[in-house]
Design a protein around this ligand. Structure first.
Ligand code: ADP
Length: 190
């Protein structure tokens, strides 16, 4: 299996690059943000529980997120590997993912960090909101999400750096060029 974590702040381009990567490497894409939004639009029990949390730009509690992610992995026994997009977002999630994958005789092969500065993120999300209509793309909610990123999610990096798994890729520039650099990083892992 080839299991990758795509890491970066909100608006880093994780979704865009994931879509291209699953095509090329035939991996299964798991975006916890997309999954939560799907639950909310289908008005499931889980959707009802997390709706306000997402709207506020806060992180969903680890226990809920980890359970949802593990179920999704279990639902895809035929997968050649996974791209984890938007997960793990806390060190507890990263630890849980390692334990879970180890239990299956698997692990994370590598982490690609999309490097984008705060100014660019704010600009991109302001543009995205014009078309996405995502409530959490609102300026004040975005600040909350950036805050969650720098207070909690950023600590996931040293966790994986200690395992020598992180490759940093410049996330600013042409989408194809970024994609090439991401692919080069992945090809070194294979
Ligand atoms: P973005 O990367 O643009 O911030 P996502 O679509 O990845 O957005 O996530 C949207 C929201 O879903 C987050 O702000 C958070 O509320 C929730 N969420 C997604 N993934 C996680 C996670 N791994 N842990 C906790 N909350 C999450």
């Amino acid at each position: 299996m080839l299991n990758l974590v795509l890491f970066g702040p909100p608006g880093a381009g994780k979704g865009t690059q994931s879509a291209k990567l699953i095509e090329k490497y035939k991996l299964s894409h798991i975006s916890t943000g997309d999954m939560f939004r799907m639950h909310i639009s289908n008005d499931t029990e889980l959707g009802k529980r997390v709706k306000q949390i997402l709207a506020d730009g806060m992180l969903v509690p680890d226990s809920i997120t980890i359970e949802m992610l593990e179920e999704e992995v279990q639902r895809n026994p035929e997968a050649k590997g996974f791209i984890f997009d938007g997960f793990p977002r806390t060190v507890a999630q990263a630890e849980a993912l390692d334990v879970f994958l180890e239990g299956k005789g698997e692990g994370i092969n590598g982490v690609v960090q999309l490097d984008v500065n705060q100014e660019e993120i704010k600009h991109r999300i302001a543009e995205r909101q014009k078309v996405s209509g995502r409530a959490d793309d609102d300026a004040d909610k975005l600040l909350k999400r950036i805050d969650e990123y720098f207070s909690k999610t950023i600590h996931v990096l040293p966790y994986y750096e200690a395992q020598n798994k992180v490759t940093k890729v410049n996330g600013i520039g042409d989408i194809e060029e970024i994609f090439n650099n991401v692919c080069n990083a992945i090809d070194l892992l294979k």
